[in-house]
Design a protein around this ligand. Structure first.
Ligand code: IPE
Ligand code: IPE
Ligand code: MG
Length: 256
């Protein structure tokens, strides 16, 4: 597919979100320790970031560590945090030269001080990036995020800085970790599991969902292209009827 058709695709794809799953099973199939699967998974991350840049996708969100993943064995958690630190230092220059802006979402207070510091530094350093916003969901859970937002809203209301009656979907969503980031258009999950696992509960209300049996370490440019091609065939209605959305689609096509 040519670059032109990639970037002028309909429906538009501004925000791609991925639940990166299957690292452990990839390792098990090869009789390797789980961490080997996570190492391979990081390689996939760098590959897919490159692909998203070349596809002209503006936001890529990756579910990297869930609020429930804190229940995993300590050595696995420590190894994942080590891989995260390695990823940040190895990708620093590339992010700066390619204009990749890092944004981290989740309950970061649960991360160790060195990990928090490395994330804050990377976010600050890459803040001016214009090409792609890479949203890393770490220590993230959709329920946890909504609850933290609700607490902040309640506090602001109690302190008289917010009028509860004026709160609507749009203003509520600005209290979420994703803030001004647009909602995901397409949500991919690898490894054959057909569930959301507490990711983007609010944001994915109208995301197109794509599930593949491919394990995350094996996910590559070709597999991404399959997902994007599938997305291209989708008709997004957002609760409206075909007759209502078709004129909008035609108008968009004539404007392109
Ligand atoms: C996804 O792979 C990475 C994280 C959740 C950190 P898994 O580690 O969940 O791999 P499986 O599901 O056990 O194969
Ligand atoms: C979801 O994968 C979380 C991430 C990809 C970070 P899990 O492997 O934790 O999900 P479940 O437990 O199979 O639902
Ligand atoms: Mg898993």
């Amino acid at each position: 597919m040519s670059k032109l058709t990639k970037t002028t695709r309909r429906p538009p794809l501004e925000h791609l979100a991925i639940i990166m799953d299957g690292n452990g099973r990839w390792a098990k199939q090869r009789e390797l320790p789980r961490i080997a699967g996570h190492q391979q998974g990081v390689k996939t991350v760098t590959r897919i970031v490159d692909e998203c840049v070349s596809h002209g996708i503006r936001f890529l969100s990756l579910f990297a560590f869930s609020s429930e993943n804190w229940g995993r064995p300590r050595p696995e958690i420590d190894a994942l945090m080590g891989l995260l630190l390695q990823f940040l230092s190895s990708q620093r220059l590339k992010m700066l030269t390619e204009g990749i802006r890092l944004r981290v979402i989740g309950d970061l207070s649960r991360l160790s001080a060195p990990v928090q510091a490395a994330l804050t530094d990377a976010e600050r350093e890459t803040a001016q990036g214009q090409t792609l916003t890479l949203v890393l969901a770490l220590s993230y859970g959709g329920r946890d995020e909504i609850m933290r937002a609700a607490k902040r809203i309640a506090r602001e209301a109690l302190e008289g800085r917010l009028n509860i009656d004026q709160l609507d979907n749009k203003s509520f969503s600005t209290f979420l970790d994703t803030g001004e980031i647009p909602e995901p258009d397409l949500l991919i999950r690898t490894s054959g599991e057909i569930r959301i696992s507490n990711f983007f509960l609010w944001q994915a209300a109208y995301a197109e969902l794509y599930f593949t049996d491919v394990l995350w370490p094996d996910f590559d440019a070709e597999e991404l292209q399959k997902a994007l091609d599938d997305y291209l065939q989708r008709k997004r209605r957002f609760g409206l009827t075909d007759d209502q959305v078709e004129p909008q689609l035609r108008m968009r096509e004539s404007n392109d």
